[in-house]
Design a protein around this ligand. Sequence first.
Ligand SMILES: Nc1ncnc2c1ncn2[C@@H]1O[C@H](COP(=O)(O)OP(=O)(O)O)[C@@H](O)[C@H]1O
Ligand SMILES: [Mg+2]
Length: 246
Amino acid sequence: MNAQAARVPHNEPAYLSVWGLEAYYGESYIVQNISFNVHEGEILALLGRNGAGKTSTLRAIARLDNPELKHGEVWLDHQPLHKMRSHEAAAAGIGFVPEDRRIIPGLTVEENLQLAQIAPPIGWSIERVYDLFPRLGERRRQEGVTLSGGEQQMLSIARALCRDIKVLLLDEPYEGLAPVIVDEIEKTLAVIKDQGITTILVEQNAVRALNLADRSVILDTGGIVFDGSAQEVLDNAELRAEYLAI
Ligand SMILES: Nc1ncnc2c1ncn2[C@@H]1O[C@H](COP(=O)(O)OP(=O)(O)O)[C@@H](O)[C@H]1O
Ligand SMILES: [Mg+2]
């Protein structure tokens, strides 16, 4: 058995399993041997200070080019994402909503959604998406980039749902949004969970994320420092002060 194989637990993968993930930006070793499981239908809060490696971990799971995944395995519903390119991971059920939201300029709300449905497997219908996000239905003819920040976040999540996804990866969806808008987005995340979709929620607003999440993984300098229930983190002032500054 080589050293790499020794780090990978030889048990059945969970619904989403991350095993011994090691990823680099050039020579910089950033994601440092990260392993955790996500159960089907749960919301996992992936937390940690700025620069802890949260975005890099999401990007490695989504199989984006940077950071480069050099070691480790990622399994989603028995599919080996670590062997895939990003478009293949997307087709396998990964829906990545990046921090900057990436609304496509020059397209209306509806055109942004239609574009997500160009290639199969197609997920929610546009009407179903408007049921979840009535504001998007009201603004369907408006150019996507002219929406408010909260509406753009909704559009970005809605676009992910227009594909047939198993797991939603959300990178700081509440960033820069007023509390009432965060309330609204939280409600939609609860509905998305009820529909059976699994979510990894990366947030700086850790209290909000922990109140919504089932479980939490906390990162610090590219490694895992906590893996347990969200309630345990809420109850552990020391842990929160040390790694989340709350
Ligand atoms: N494109 C990049 N090139 C080199 N280093 C990067 C790049 N992006 C992030 N990093 C570094 O990787 C570390 C983790 O960053 P990141 O995953 O963005 O953390 P978080 O999302 O938790 O704030 C940080 O030290 C950051 O400076
Ligand atoms: Mg980040």
